[in-house]
Design a protein around this ligand. Structure first.
Ligand SMILES: [Zn+2]
Length: 294
């Protein structure tokens, strides 16, 4: 039997092509496609929204032009749909950024950024959302809404997030930690335990948004988990000292709440977390005199 050099070369090329295809499929599967190839795709044709949308209604937006939390988005959509049904609210979920126009936004009382990543809007859509929020809208940002992929949108970073993301824990990536309720009298913390346990991919920021005047509603106890990022035997200390995980802010007459929790679908099965999300949405849509000029 004789094996030609040409035959061996063909085999090597075939194996390399197969390995590259497998690697790309793996990258796509874990949601990291747009980390390698960031997208700046913006939508221009709004989705059709049912004419009989109830009042109040929430708009759940989960467009991902960077990392995609596939499970966190699916689990979050399910949980938010369950909350909306139980509370008698309407809900419309979309990944189409063109819904951020004045006429469509006027039909909603709160907007949720559910693990949105990257540059998701054109300038007209950014301006429409800013105006809607400042005139009395409500915004809830979940997990990746506060990661480092939104830096190009200055107003969003300054008014809704207020902190510069540095990294999430890696070592291990998911850890159970103690969440400490702060400002217990705030409507977002209604009936929340003083302290509760939650398993999460905990984020860290350069400094606490408290320093910029944001209202801190919960912190994570850094002694209850290992706040480090381990990569290739290198360890990075992710301790912040003051380590908020839920905070709010007034944006004109609008209200904003950000929560760092919600990487995995399992996060949306934790009853304390669901209570927090329900409270946050209730406060964002409330006309009661409980902050932010209302
Ligand atoms: Zn995550």
């Amino acid at each position: 039997m004789s094996v030609s050099i040409k035959g061996i070369l063909k085999l090597v090329v075939a194996v390399i092509v197969l390995l590259v295809a497998l690697a790309l499929a793996g990258i796509y599967y874990i949601g990291a496609w747009h980390i390698l190839f960031p997208s700046s795709q913006h939508d221009t044709t709004p989705p059709q929204i049912s004419a009989d949308l109830p009042s109040p209604s929430i708009l759940v937006f989960s467009k991902t032009n960077r990392f995609r939390h596939k499970e966190g988005i699916a689990g979050g959509q399910q949980a938010l749909a369950d909350i909306a049904r139980a509370q008698g609210w309407g809900m419309f979920a979309t990944e189409n950024g063109a819904v951020f126009n004045p006429a469509d936004l006027a039909r909603f009382d709160a907007v949720v950024f559910l693990n949105t990543t990257g540059d998701v809007f054109n300038e007209t859509q950014e301006a429409a959302f800013q105006r809607w929020l400042e005139q009395g809208g409500g915004w809830l940002g979940i997990h990746a809404a506060g990661d480092g992929s939104h830096a190009q949108w200055g107003w969003y970073m300054d008014n809704l997030i207020g902190a510069k993301f540095i990294a999430h824990i890696m070592g291990p990536q998911f850890q159970t930690a103690s969440v400490l309720t702060e400002d217990a009298a705030h409507p977002v913390n209604q009936a929340m335990p003083v302290q509760w346990q939650h398993e999460e991919e905990w984020y860290s920021w350069e400094s606490s948004p408290r320093e910029r005047g944001f209202n801190i509603l919960a912190t994570v106890d850094e002694d209850s988990y290992t706040p480090v990022a381990k990569l290739l035997n290198k360890e990075r200390d992710l301790r912040m000292g003051d380590h908020p995980v839920v905070w709010s802010n007034c944006v004109g007459e609008g209200r904003a709440v950000y929560s760092a929790m919600g990487h995995r679908a399992e996060a949306f099965a934790v009853s304390d977390h669901l209570r927090l999300l329900t409270n946050a949405l209730s406060w964002l849509m409330s006309d009661a005199d409980a902050g932010c000029g209302r």
